[in-house]
Ligand binder design. Structure first.
Ligand SMILES: [Zn+2]
Length: 195
């Protein structure tokens, strides 16, 4: 959840807050996401003293990391339930794990008078750490389609209401997206646009 949404939640009446706080789900992922976070933690040289929790929730963001308890030595990576399926490819999950932990290394800062949680150096570091991140984003757009939208103001991918209808169709295979990306003149952005 973004800082703004947490602030909004704090102002909501208790009855509404209860409804707005989604329950965590058991994982149906193809691998242990905690293990991917552990690998990313080592790769990024993040202090072992920091406790990194993980939860799957039907929230607003496709994925995010909460940093409000960083001073107390803990943070939580949240993954949206739309991806909680065995056919979400491991490379996409690896990308998400690395992306969220990169927020611990590259803090938000002001760029051209606006606070950015993904300043330019974030994208550089992400492409360096996850060379397949373009294909991963492409897979996400192909897989989740109109159930997600880019939220430019909050710099994230928001999951829209009605996302459970996505369960009716299998996700595209990772190899399929990679093959599309290998076509001459086709880059990840083109793949993401649906070809
Ligand atoms: Zn991010």
């Amino acid at each position: 959840m973004t800082d703004r949404r947490m602030a909004q939640a704090a102002r909501l009446p208790r009855r509404v807050q209860r409804r707005a706080t989604p329950h965590p789900e058991l994982s149906f992922l193809c691998c242990r996401f905690e293990a991917l976070l552990a690998e990313a933690r080592v790769a990024l040289d993040i202090s072992p003293a920091l406790r990194i929790h993980f939860t799957i929730v039907p929230g607003d963001s496709l994925a995010c990391i909460t940093l409000d308890k960083l001073a107390e030595g803990e943070c939580t990576v949240l993954l949206h339930a739309i991806l909680n399926r065995p056919d979400t490819p491991r490379p996409v999950l690896e990308h998400i794990a690395m992306h969220e932990l990169l927020h611990l290394k590259i803090p938000s800062r002001e760029v051209d008078g606006k606070r950015r949680s993904h300043p330019p150096e974030f994208g550089v570091a992400e492409r360096d750490a996850v060379p397949w991140c373009g294909l991963s984003f492409a897979w996400i757009y192909l897989a989740c389609g109109h159930h997600i939208e880019i939220c430019r103001e909050e710099e994230g991918i928001r999951v829209k209401r009605g996302w459970k209808r996505r369960y009716e169709q299998p996700f595209p295979e990772w190899d399929h997206v990679c093959r599309l990306g290998e076509r001459p003149g086709v880059d990840a952005a083109t793949v993401a646009s649906g070809l």
